[in-house]
Structure formats: structure tokens, C-alpha cells
Design a protein around this ligand. Structure first.
Ligand code: OAD
Length: 238
């Protein structure tokens, strides 16, 4: 583990960006999508199919059942040492931006403010007619749940495969990556775009790249400093 080198980089850094993925929540008991060579499945279908715009258009109730299953798993999950370490980092650097692909809300639960949630949040629904967003009860009384404003069906307020990211969120993340002098890539397989572009954007603009992952993705190329370890064990050391 190259923790000493990472500590040096961290001590000198002023504008830090952290990009997290499912691996940061793994030690909280949240299943990842692609760890260990296998894909996450439910009722025999892959998560990428279940979380797709195509399935939403053809079978909204099934998409809700999948999200209800995930919300049920999350109900018993709490932030871990990785989320807590990152929450403490927001007061450690002159500029700090936390960008996550996770929809589980665990960074905010740990106390992180202004988290850029690229893929939305599983705790909210969004109206398919009027676009209003609302927090969802757990468990849902009806599937699909109705919009409190207009009565139409809600959909999960999550970015699905085949959909664009919510306006403004990726732009804010890209700006932070362009200005960063250090970017951490934690617990992501870095295969889903445009999130996976952020380390590359930062690197092109002169930032150091640190990857933390027990099975490193290789993002950041030969120049990246790699800490091959679990987020909950290594982030507190840094
Ligand atoms: P993946 O499941 O693709 O990758 C999880 C990564 O976490 C893998 O590289 C693991 O090696 C790593 N990992 C596992 N345990 C870890 C630990 N304890 N500490 C650190 N790393 C660990 O998840 P994402 O890259 O987040 O999109 O997936 C990206 C997107 O694809 C998700 O946001 C989701 C998914 O389909 C949507 O839902 C739109």
C-alpha cells in the first residue's frame, strides 16, 4: 500500500475532488454492481437491465419492485468508516468536492454537505408528468406511487441506463475536476460514463490521481498512485 505517498500528496493539496462508487458502500453491506467478476442480479435479471430506461418505459411496476428491494436492503445499512473519513475531509482542504455515483445517500447520512449525486437518490421519486420530486416512504403503500402534486405515476429519481444525467450536476463535477490538484477515485470500476471521465479530466489539467480499490480499475493510467485496499480501512489512514 502506497499510503505514505498519498499522505504527502494530501498534505500538499488545496483543491481536492473525490469520486466514489459502489465500493465505498460495500463495507456498509450495500451490494456492488460488478465486484469480483460477477454482475449484480435480482430475479435472474442483471442490474443494468433492471435499471434501464427501456424497462421503465415497458414495465414501471417491475422497476419499482427492484428499487423497493434495493431500498429494503439499504434500510439496514449505515455509513461506514470510509463515509465518515470523507465527511471529515470537507473541512480539511481549502476546496473539497465530493462526487458520487451512488444513489444510497450514505455520504449525506455521514455528514457530507453538498454531495454531487451524479445518478440521483433512491430515497426520492420524480413525477413522470409534472417532474416534481418527493421523498418516498418505506415501504411504499402502492406501486407505482402517485405524485402528491398531480396524481400521476412517480418513477425513481435515479439516472437509469440510457438516460442523461440531471442538468448541472455533471457540469459542477467537471468544473471541480478541471480545477483540482488531487483527485481520489474510490470504489468504482470506472466503466460508466460520463462519471469515469472525471479522473481523466483532472489528470489532463495537472492533478495527481489516487485510486483506492481492492481490485484497482487502472483509471488514471501509469501515473496514478494506487492503494489496493478497502475504502473503510485505507481512507481513515490517509
Ligand atoms: P461497480 O459495482 O461497477 O464497482 C464497484 C467497485 O468497488 C469495484 O471496482 C470493486 O473492486 C470496488 N470495491 C469493492 N469493495 C470495495 C471496498 N471495500 N472498498 C473500495 N472499493 C471496493 O460500481 P460503480 O463503479 O459505482 O449506475 O458502478 C457505476 C454505476 O454503474 C453505478 O452508479 C450504477 C451502476 O450500474 C446507475 O445505477 C445509473
Amino acid at each position: 500500500m502506497d499510503v505514505t505517498r498519498v499522505r504527502e500528496l494530501t498534505a500538499a493539496a488545496e483543491r481536492v475532488v473525490v469520486l466514489t462508487g459502489a465500493g465505498v458502500s460495500a463495507e456498509s453491506g450495500v451490494p456492488t454492481f460488478r465486484s469480483g467478476g460477477g454482475a449484480l442480479t435480482w430475479r435472474g435479471m442483471e442490474a443494468t437491465r433492471l435499471s434501464s430506461a427501456e424497462l421503465l418505459a415497458s414495465n414501471l411496476p417491475l422497476v419499482w419492485e427492484w428499487f423497493e428491494y434495493r431500498r429494503g436492503v439499504l434500510a439496514s445499512c449505515a455509513p461506514n468508516a470510509a463515509h465518515e473519513a470523507l465527511a471529515a475531509w470537507q473541512d480539511r482542504f481549502p476546496s473539497f468536492t465530493l462526487v458520487t455515483q451512488n444513489v444510497d445517500g450514505l455520504h449525506s447520512k455521514a455528514g457530507s454537505r453538498d454531495v454531487l449525486e451524479l445518478h440521483g437518490n433512491i430515497g426520492r421519486g420524480r413525477c413522470t408528468r409534472c417532474g416534481a420530486r418527493e421523498a418516498l416512504e418505506m415501504p411504499l403503500a402502492t406501486i407505482p406511487p402517485p405524485c402528491s402534486a398531480c396524481g400521476a405515476d412517480l418513477r425513481p429519481d435515479v439516472v437509469l441506463f440510457g438516460e442523461r444525467l440531471p442538468f448541472g450536476v455533471f457540469e459542477a463535477a467537471r468544473e471541480a475536476a478541471e480545477r483540482a490538484d488531487l483527485i481520489f477515485v474510490v470504489g468504482t470500476s470506472a466503466v460508466v460514463y460520463p462519471a469515469a471521465e472525471l479522473p481523466e479530466i483532472a489528470r489532463r489539467n495537472g492533478a495527481h490521481v489516487v485510486e483506492i480499490n481492492p481490485e484497482p480499475s487502472g483509471i488514471g493510467g501509469a501515473h496514478a498512485v494506487v492503494v489496493a485496499g478497502k475504502a473503510g480501512e485505507t481512507l481513515p489512514l490517509i
